[in-house]
Design a protein. Structure first.
Length: 536
C-alpha cells in the first residue's frame, strides 16, 4: 500500500513538473510573439527569426496574420492582439488562444515594409519546406522552383539534407540547380546544375536552359547547347506520341458514333441520315437521368452516368424500332428515298428536342472519377478521354460477342452476306432488319452518353459526327466491325497529324479526298465482307 502511494505521488510530481514546463514554454512563445510589436523593422525581423527558430506549429499562422496586417500592439510595446470583426466596433483577441480581450486600450497596427515581407515569405517557405506534411513540402518546393530566388539557396541545402521523399527531393534539386546558375558558383557546380536541369527533360527545363544560354560563360555554352538539342529531340518524339494518343482518343469517339451505323448500313443497306440524332437523343437522355437523380436521389449522383447507359440504350433502341416499323420498312431497295426520309426524320427529331429542352446547350456534369488528368512519361491524358477509350472498346467487344456468339448475330450475318438465301432458310428478314436497326440506334444512344462528357449537349450534337461516321464505315468496309475499328482509329490519328499543318477544317477535307482516292482503288473498303451474294 505504501509503495502504491509513493508511485502516485511521484506521478503527480511529474505531471505538475510537465505542466509547469508547458506553461513556461507557452509564456516564452507569448514573449516571442509580443516582441513583434517592439521597436522598428530591424527588431521585428529579429523577432520573426526567433519565432521560426522556436519550431512552434503556430508560427506560420502568426506570420500570415502579420503579413495581412491583422496584428496590433500598444505604441510603447506590450501584448500583441489579433484584430477580429470590423463590423461596427473592432474586436481584439489573443492570437494564440483566441480569447477575446475587452480592455485592449489604444493599439496601433504592426506595420511591415517590403523588406520585412521578403523575410516573412522566406520564413514561411522555410517552415513549409521543412514541414512534416509531404503535400506542404511539395507545394513549397514547386513555389521555390518557380521563383528561383538565390536567397533560398541555404534553405534548399538544409532541406535537401533531410528530405527522404523522392519526388520532393527531385524538385528541390532542380530548384537548387536553377538558383546555382544565377549565382557566382564554380564552373563544376554549374555544369552539375545544368545536368540536373537537363535530366528533367521537359519544356520547363528547356526554357531554363535557353534562358541560361544567354548569360552563360563560354565554358558552359557547349554543354548547355548539347542538353538543349537532346531535350528538343526527346520532346519531338513525345509530341509524336502525344498526337497518336490524341488520335486514339478521337478514334474512340468516331468508333462509338460509327459502330451502330456499320451494322445498320451493312445489314439493311439503309443510308440512315438520322443516325446522328440517335446520338443526340442518347446525350439528352443522360441529361434527363442526371437531373432526375439530383432531384430525387442525390446520393446516387456519382453513378448517374452508369445508370444513363442502359436507359439511353433502351430509349434510343425503342425510337429506332418505331422509325423502322413506321418508315424504313416501306423503302427497302430505294436508297435515295431512304436517305431523304431519314434526313426528314433527323430534322423532326432536332426540332422536337428544341421544343422540349430549348435551343441552348445543356450541361452534363462529369463524375469525380472522370475529372482531372494524369501524366505518363511525357504524355498527358485526361480521365474522361481515357474512360471513353475503354468504354468504346468495351462496346466493340460486346457487339462482336453478339454478332459471333448469339442466334441473333448469326441471323444478322446471314442476312448481311445473302439476304435471299437467308430468307429461303426460314430467317424472318423483316424482323432481323427491325432488330438490327434498333440495335444500331441503341448503340448510337450509348455513344451519346459518352459524347455528353466531352461535347456540348445541343440539338445539333449529332450533325458533327454523321459525315465522319459514314467515312469510317465506307473506309473500313461496309458491315465489317473490325474494319470499323481500324478505320476509326486510322482516321482519328490521321486527322490529328494533319490538323497542326492544315487546320481542323482543311484537315477534314484532306481526309475526305484521301478516302475518295482510296475507294477508287478498293471500292469495298479495307475489309470487304466475303460471301455468296445472289444479288451481285
Amino acid at each position: 500500500m505504501y509503495r502504491a502511494i509513493q508511485i502516485i505521488l511521484i506521478a503527480l510530481c511529474l505531471s505538475i513538473s510537465g505542466f509547469a514546463s508547458g506553461l513556461r514554454a507557452q509564456e516564452n512563445f507569448h514573449a516571442l510573439v509580443d516582441a513583434l510589436g517592439t521597436g522598428g523593422f530591424p527588431e521585428r525581423e529579429a523577432a520573426i527569426k526567433a519565432l521560426v527558430a522556436s519550431g512552434d506549429p503556430k508560427v506560420s499562422q502568426i506570420l500570415q496574420q502579420l503579413s495581412d496586417g491583422l496584428l496590433f500592439a500598444p505604441k510603447t510595446g506590450g501584448r500583441v492582439l489579433l484584430l477580429g470583426g470590423t463590423d461596427g466596433a473592432p474586436t481584439y483577441s489573443d492570437p494564440l488562444t483566441g480569447e477575446v480581450v475587452s480592455d485592449a486600450g489604444a493599439l496601433t497596427k504592426i506595420r511591415v515594409n517590403n523588406a520585412l515581407r521578403g523575410v516573412i515569405s522566406a520564413a514561411t517557405s522555410h517552415l513549409t519546406l521543412l514541414s512534416p506534411d509531404r503535400a506542404a513540402r511539395l507545394t513549397a518546393a514547386q513555389g521555390i522552383l518557380k521563383e528561383a530566388d538565390p536567397a533560398n539557396l541555404d534553405l534548399l541545402n538544409s532541406a535537401l539534407a533531410q528530405e527522404k521523399d523522392v519526388e520532393v527531393r527531385k524538385i528541390i534539386e532542380a530548384a537548387r540547380a536553377v538558383i546555382l546558375l544565377k549565382t557566382d558558383a564554380s564552373v563544376e557546380d554549374k555544369k552539375a546544375a545544368i545536368d540536373t536541369i537537363a535530366a528533367r527533360g521537359n519544356r520547363d527545363a528547356l526554357t531554363i536552359l535557353t534562358t541560361a544560354m544567354q548569360t552563360a560563360s563560354d565554358d558552359l555554352k557547349p554543354a548547355i547547347q548539347s542538353d538543349i538539342n537532346s531535350i528538343n529531340r526527346s520532346l519531338a518524339l513525345w509530341d509524336v506520341a502525344q498526337n497518336v494518343s490524341y488520335g486514339i482518343s478521337l478514334g474512340s469517339v468516331l468508333l462509338l458514333a460509327a459502330i451502330g451505323l456499320a451494322i445498320t448500313f451493312g445489314v439493311m443497306g439503309v443510308i440512315n441520315m438520322a443516325h446522328g440524332e440517335m446520338v443526340m437523343l442518347g446525350a439528352y437522355t443522360t441529361f434527363v437521368v442526371q437531373e432526375a437523380i439530383v432531384a430525387w436521389a442525390p446520393e446516387f449522383q456519382t453513378y448517374s452516368l452508369a445508370i444513363a447507359v442502359p436507359v439511353a440504350f433502351a430509349f434510343t433502341a425503342l425510337v429506332g424500332l418505331v422509325i423502322e416499323r413506321l418508315v424504313i420498312r416501306f423503302l427497302y431497295g430505294r436508297p435515295l428515298e431512304t436517305l431523304l426520309a431519314t434526313w426528314g426524320i433527323s430534322l423532326i427529331l432536332q426540332q422536337a428536342i428544341r421544343s422540349i429542352f430549348g435551343p441552348t446547350n445543356r450541361e452534363v456534369r462529369n463524375p469525380s472519377w472522370m475529372s482531372g488528368s494524369f501524366d505518363l512519361g511525357g504524355l498527358t491524358f485526361t480521365w474522361n478521354r481515357t474512360w471513353i477509350i475503354l468504354f468504346a472498346l468495351a462496346v466493340f467487344a460486346a457487339l462482336l460477342f453478339i454478332l459471333k456468339r448469339t442466334p441473333m448475330g448469326l441471323q444478322m450475318r446471314a442476312v448481311t452476306q445473302n439476304r435471299r438465301m437467308a430468307s429461303s432458310m426460314g430467317i424472318r428478314t423483316p424482323w432481323v432488319d427491325a432488330a438490327t436497326f434498333a440495335l444500331g440506334s441503341g448503340i448510337a444512344g450509348i455513344a451519346g452518353v459518352a459524347l455528353s462528357q466531352i461535347d456540348n449537349v445541343s440539338p445539333n450534337l449529332g450533325q458533327g459526327y454523321i459525315i465522319d461516321s459514314f467515312m469510317v464505315v465506307v473506309f473500313g468496309g461496309v458491315g465489317n466491325l473490325w474494319g470499323t475499328l481500324v478505320g476509326a482509329f486510322s482516321l482519328g490519328i490521321l486527322n490529328k497529324f494533319l490538323e497542326p499543318y492544315a487546320g481542323a477544317v482543311l484537315g477534314k477535307i484532306l481526309v475526305l479526298v484521301l478516302i475518295i482516292l482510296f475507294i477508287q482503288k478498293r471500292p469495298r473498303g479495307l475489309f470487304a465482307l466475303k460471301g455468296r451474294s445472289v444479288e451481285a
